[in-house]
Design a protein around this ligand. Structure first.
Ligand code: GLN
Length: 482
C-alpha cells in the first residue's frame, strides 16, 4: 500500500504508471466495494481518461502537478460537472451538476484523478453514514461497525485503500470523526481556508471542505492543492497559503501544547483516554511542552450547535422544492401540495428533524430565546479558544469519545449527536482541526487523536502530526479485507 508521496516518486522513476494504478484501483473497488460500500458512484471512464492524460504528461516530461496521477475519492456533497451528485439524498436525484466545485477544478489543475463519489449521511447530517438514503457504509476494520460520518464513505475508501486520498466536508466533525473511526488522517481547515463554491450547503457558517489521506504528508499535499482564496466564495479569505509540506520537517521542540481538561470526560471509552494520554507523552518526548488548559464553555457547545446548524440548514434546504432540483412528487393538486409531497417523500427522517428544529429556532417569538442565545454561546466558546491560544500553540485531545460503534447501535438521535462533543466546538470557533491515528483498542479498532490549531495555522497542526506519526506505527497498519 503506497502513500500519495510514494506514488508520485514511483511515477517519476517509471516504476508505476497512472493507467496501471487507476486500473488496479478500479479492480480493487470492484472486488471490495460491495463489502465496504464506500462509493456511491464510480467514475470509471473519466478516471481512465484522466489517467491517460497524466500518463501523457509524464511521458512528455511536461511539468507535473502536485497530485499528478493520484487517484482520489470525493464526498458526494461536492459538485462534479457531468457526474451525478446526490448528497446521500433522494431529493436530489437525478441531479447532475453543470459545473465543478472550485476544489474539483483545483484538484484537476493539480493532475489528480477522481475515482468516484463517496456515500455520506444525507446532506451531511449524521455521524455514522447510516443516514444515507441509499445504504450504510461499513467500517473496513470491522464490517459490522460504522465508519463514522457524515463523510464515512470518504474515510472508508481511504482506509480500505480504495483511493489514496479523499475530500470530505466538516460542519461539526464530519471529516475528523470518520477519520478517527477508520484510522486515517483527516483535516478540517480553518473556516475560510478552502473555497466552498460548489459544496452543497448544510450550515454555511460552519461548513469546510478538507482532505483525508493515509498519512500526514498526503493530507498536506491535498490541502496545498485546494487551499486559497476564491472570488466565487465570499467567505474564502486572502490569507496567503504557506508551503505545507515544507512545514512538515519543522519538528516540535519547544512547541507549547495545551491539554483541555474538559475533553476528558466521564463516560468516555477508557481505551481512548489511555491512548490519548500516551500520545501526549510521546509529544513530550519529542520536546513539546504540555500544559493543562481550560475551555470552560465546552459543555454548552453541543446545544448551541444543534440550534445554529439546524437553523442554517432549514434555510439552505428550502431550495429543494421539486421545482429547482431533482425529485418531484407526482399527484399534487396545486403547488403547495406538490412542495409538501416532494419534501415529505424526498427527505429522510434526520433531515426532516433538523428542518423542524431549525425552523422552530428561527420562528418569531422564539428567535431570541434559541437562535440568539446560541449565537452568544458561540462567542463564548470562541473566546475560550482565543484565551487558551494566548498560552499555547496547539491543543491535543481525543477526536471522539468512543471508537467505531456497531451499525444500528445509536437509534436515539441524541446519542448520535453526542459523538461530536469534541469536534463541534472547533467548528463553532472556525478553527483548524486534524485527526490522526493515535492507537488501537485491544480488539483492533483505530483510535483518533485530535490536534486543534490557531486560525490559519494548519502548518503547525501538520508539523506536529507529522512528528508524532514518524515515531508511532499506527498509520502503517491496514485493515484485512478478503
Ligand atoms: N454529526 C454532526 C451533525 O450531524 C456533524 C456533521 C458534519 O460535520 N457534517 O450535524
Amino acid at each position: 500500500m503506497a502513500t500519495i508521496a510514494e506514488l508520485g516518486i514511483r511515477y517519476r522513476s517509471g516504476e508505476a504508471t497512472p493507467t496501471g494504478v487507476v486500473r488496479a484501483y478500479l479492480e480493487r473497488i470492484e472486488a471490495l466495494n460491495p463489502q465496504v460500500r464506500a462509493y456511491f458512484t464510480v467514475t470509471r471512464d473519466t478516471a481512465l481518461a484522466q489517467a491517460e492524460a497524466a500518463e501523457k504528461r509524464l511521458k512528455a516530461g511536461a511539468p507535473l502537478g502536485l497530485l499528478d496521477g493520484i487517484p482520489l475519492a470525493i464526498k458526494d456533497v461536492i459538485c462534479t460537472k457531468g457526474i451525478r451528485t446526490a448528497c446521500g439524498s433522494k431529493i436530489l436525484e437525478p441531479f447532475v451538476p453543470p459545473y465543478d466545485a472550485t476544489v474539483i477544478a483545483r484538484l484537476g489543475a493539480a493532475g489528480a484523478i477522481i475515482l468516484g463519489k463517496t456515500n455520506m449521511d444525507e446532506f451531511a447530517m449524521g455521524s455514522s453514514t447510516e443516514n444515507s438514503a441509499f445504504f450504510p457504509t461499513r467500517n473496513p476494520w470491522d464490517l459490522g461497525r460504522v465508519p463514522g460520518g457524515s463523510s464515512g464513505g470518504s474515510a472508508a475508501a481511504v482506509a480500505a485503500d480504495l483511493a489514496l486520498g479523499a475530500l470530505g466536508s466538516d460542519t461539526g466533525g464530519s471529516i475528523r470523526q470518520p477519520a478517527a473511526f477508520c484510522g486515517t488522517v483527516g483535516l478540517k481547515p480553518t473556516y475560510g481556508r478552502v473555497s466552498r463554491y460548489g459544496l452543497v450547503a448544510f450550515a454555511s457558517s460552519l461548513d469546510q471542505i478538507g482532505p483525508f489521506a493515509r498519512d500526514v504528508r498526503g493530507a498536506a499535499l491535498i490541502l496545498q492543492a485546494i487551499a486559497g482564496h476564491d472570488p466565487l466564495d465570499s467567505t474564502s479569505t486572502e490569507v496567503p497559503v504557506p508551503d505545507y509540506t515544507a512545514a512538515l520537517g519543522r519538528g516540535i521542540e519547544g512547541l507549547r501544547v495545551g491539554v483541555p481538561a474538559e475533553y476528558f470526560i466521564e463516560g468516555m471509552d477508557p481505551e481512548v483516554e489511555a491512548a490519548v494520554r500516551a500520545a501526549i507523552d510521546v509529544l513530550k518526548g519529542l520536546g513539546a511542552r504540555t500544559e493543562k488548559v481550560s475551555l470552560p464553555h465546552t459543555d454548552y457547545a453541543l446545544a448551541a450547535y444543534y440550534l445554529i446548524a439546524p437553523a442554517e440548514a432549514s434555510s439552505n434546504l428550502a431550495r429543494y422544492d421539486g421545482v429547482k432540483y431533482g425529485y418531484r412528487a407526482a399527484g399534487g393538486k396545486d403547488l403547495i401540495q406538490m412542495y409538501g409531497r416532494t419534501r415529505a417523500e424526498g427527505f429522510g427522517a434526520e433531515v426532516k428533524r433538523r428542518i423542524m428544529l431549525g425552523t422552530y429556532a428561527l420562528s418569531a417569538g422564539y428567535y431570541e430565546a434559541y437562535y440568539g442565545k446560541a449565537q452568544r454561546v458561540r462567542t463564548l466558546v470562541r473566546r475560550d479558544f482565543q484565551q487558551a491560544f494566548e498560552r499555547v500553540d496547539l491543543l491535543v485531545c481525543p477526536t471522539a469519545p468512543s471508537v467505531a460503534f456497531k451499525l444500528g447501535d445509536k437509534e436515539d438521535p441524541l446519542q448520535m449527536y453526542l459523538c461530536d462533543v469534541f469536534t463541534i466546538p472547533v467548528n463553532l470557533a472556525g478553527l483548524p482541526g486534524l485527526s490522526l491515528p493515535g492507537g488501537f483498542t485491544a480488539t483492533g479498532l483505530p483510535i483518533g487523536l485530535q490536534l486543534i490549531g490557531k486560525p490559519f495555522d494548519e502548518a503547525t497542526l501538520l508539523s506536529a502530526a507529522y512528528a508524532y506519526e514518524q515515531v508511532t506505527p499506527w498509520h502503517t497498519r491496514a485493515p484485512e479485507l478478503a
